[in-house]
Design a binder for this molecule. Structure first.
Ligand code: GLA
Length: 350
């Protein structure tokens, strides 16, 4: 196992951005940069032992500065949507930046995906990793309180990439930190993922309106295109969702949650034999089928990223939870520690 730190580039504001390469041993290599605490590359063996990319990404900082699709980024202070960018907390209404029509999406105009974090290498006997740190100032994008955040990525010998989120605040604030990698287990993004088989550990999903805002209602997945209790290919029922959301862009209410990550989803690609398991402590899982990729982003190897050429499985709190008292609380108070984890585990099916 090995870790290497190199220069990745300099932002227009003159901040240096480092890249960390984590070599996990059995063919699994992850690359991370300080800009957005972003996973830029993840490679894993297929059934034949051939190493290839499993996430979408770019080789230069310029591409990340102009991306707009949160490729591999750490999303916050609040991932997903907050209706009208507004919420009431401790008797005060807070107005956040509205960056998706009248709503707030993924932390605003300059979310955590665009912040320059500081990374330090982690090396233990069984793991290599990097811990990124960022301090979000009071009032940033409209959020109350100074939030001190760390995100640690650790690669173990069994093909698991574990991400641990920690945060503390000096005023009550909503917090929802999510990882936004786009996966493609067969071609790194050159071909559709519609034949990937997906299983999700959820009996219910969150009902949303036409703008992706939860109504507050949870409904059984049974009898809908969101029923992944037994595995289905991504493509088998996606057409039914084109008119409303251009594909999958939905939150699942996970069956179990605890202080240790438990299985949330499992994706297999019959062609390469690659398997991805997602484990988390979070209550929700967003399945997004890359609906807004339109071929204009040209990624690593000159590949044009098109609609449905990748999927995201974003473990997170329920969207708009600051406005839904019935949802699990996403409020962090002074003296408390926000702690969540997600594990992306790669393997092969022989
Ligand atoms: C999430 C959202 C999508 C979209 C993507 C980023 O998955 O739910 O609607 O905003 O992020 O493009």
């Amino acid at each position: 196992m090995r870790i290497e730190k190199t220069d990745f580039g300099v932002t227009p504001a003159g901040e240096r951005v480092a890249q960390f390469t984590l070599d996990g041993g059995p063919g699994i290599v992850a690359k991370l940069i300080e800009y957005g605490a972003t996973l830029t590359s993840l490679e894993a063996p297929d059934r034949q032992g051939e190493i290839g990319p499993v996430v979408l990404g770019f080789d230069t900082l310029e591409h990340y500065l102009n991306c707009g699709a949160y490729l591999g980024a750490t999303v916050g202070r609040f991932a997903n949507r907050i209706a009208d960018g507004s919420f009431l907390l401790e008797g005060r209404t807070h107005q956040l930046t509205r960056n998706e029509g009248r709503h707030h999406l993924h932390g605003g105009d300059r979310g955590f995906d665009q912040a320059v974090w500081r990374g330090e290498a982690i090396e233990t006997g069984d793991e290599v990793g990097v811990r990124f740190h960022y301090c979000s100032r009071d009032g940033e994008e409209g959020y109350p309180g100074e939030l001190d955040v760390s995100v640690s990525y650790r690669l173990d010998r069994s093909g698991g990439l574990r991400i641990d989120y920690r945060a503390t605040t000096d005023r009550a604030t909503p917090v929802n930190l999510a990882h936004h990698s786009y996966f493609n287990l067969s071609s790194g993004g050159a071909t559709p993922v519609l034949s990937h088989e997906v299983g999700i550990e959820a009996d219910d999903y969150l009902v949303i309106d036409g703008e992706g805002i939860p109504t507050g209602e949870l409904r059984p997945v049974e009898g809908t295109p969101l029923d992944f209790r037994s595995p289905h290919t991504l493509g088998s029922r996606i057409d039914a969702l084109v008119a409303s959301r251009s594909g999958y862009d939905h939150t699942f209410a996970l069956r179990s949650r605890g202080s240790e990550p438990t299985l949330a989803a499992r994706v297999t690609d019959a062609e390469t034999g690659r398997i991805l398991e997602v484990l988390t402590t979070q209550p929700g899982l967003q399945l997004y089928s890359g609906n807004f990729l339109d071929g204009s982003l040209i990624g690593r190897g000159g590949v044009a990223y098109r609609r449905w050429n990748a999927f995201c499985l974003e473990a997170q709190h329920f969207p708009d939870s600051p406005n839904h008292p019935s949802f699990p609380s996403s409020v962090l108070k002074p003296g408390e520690v926000y702690a969540h984890s997600v594990v992306y585990r790669l393997g092969v099916h022989r």
